[in-house]
Design a protein around this ligand. Sequence first.
Ligand SMILES: Nc1ncnc2c1ncn2[C@@H]1O[C@H](COP(=O)(O)OP(=O)(O)OP(=O)(O)O)[C@@H](O)[C@H]1O
Ligand SMILES: [Mg+2]
Length: 246
Amino acid sequence: MNQHLDPKKEAHIEQLREQYHELARLAGELAHEIKNPLSVIRMNMDLLAEDFAGAESGRDRRAMQTIEIVTNQCARLESLLNDFLRFSRVQHLNMTPGNLNRQLENVLDFFAPRAAEAGVEVIRYLDPDLPSVLFDPNAIQAALVNLVKNSLEAMPEGGQLTVRTRVTRKGVAADLIDSGLGMDENTAMHMFDPFFSTKESGSGLGLPTARKVIEAHGGRIDVQSAINHGTKFTLEFPTPTRIAGA
Ligand SMILES: Nc1ncnc2c1ncn2[C@@H]1O[C@H](COP(=O)(O)OP(=O)(O)OP(=O)(O)O)[C@@H](O)[C@H]1O
Ligand SMILES: [Mg+2]
């Protein structure tokens, strides 16, 4: 049996993997560099807040309000940087044979309480005969977490999340179909741009992270969305154990 993909495709995947590692490394370094001065600012704000605690004059109260604003914005930046560090932490993909169903089960089990609370019914159609693929379980898990989280966030009034796996001509695929808000044209165009978000506290790193991870595995991610109807994400991973030309 031929264990390899076609050499051209493999070289392309390797190139994507290298780009991904480089980007992840730079992002991680930058986030660290920003985090240090930011924590100094926050510490000094805490000291100022202590000085102004119990402020009585109008001027001091206004100063206290300003301190609070700066402190809140620092906290927001810190949380953004932590998202970024999480995103860049997948330094090297540790490829092992594994089953996509298992990964999905883990992520869906993890989100089950949150889904129940939000009135979202989760329907699983996982093909029991799904063949194994080569992937890094942690990286795939991070990608799936981002997708499921997005689906739940798109259904604030409840709805249905259908998760299906199937065998395709090239490998295995998973569909995540939500009955949520869907996307307008602008969102559909920019959803994979780093930092693009329509949410008040979104970092806009969920989908770019998911796409990088999936493409670094030689896979692909497709989206279909209809406003007020819902969104379908399809992920496909190649099975490298296919006999070339068969
Ligand atoms: N299932 C979905 N339904 C509707 N819109 C979606 C869905 N998934 C993503 N989007 C849109 O794509 C945007 C980008 O998603 P992404 O996951 O990258 O960032 P985010 O969810 O806004 O922030 P973060 O994931 O960092 O919390 C979202 O703000 C949202 O507008
Ligand atoms: Mg998200």
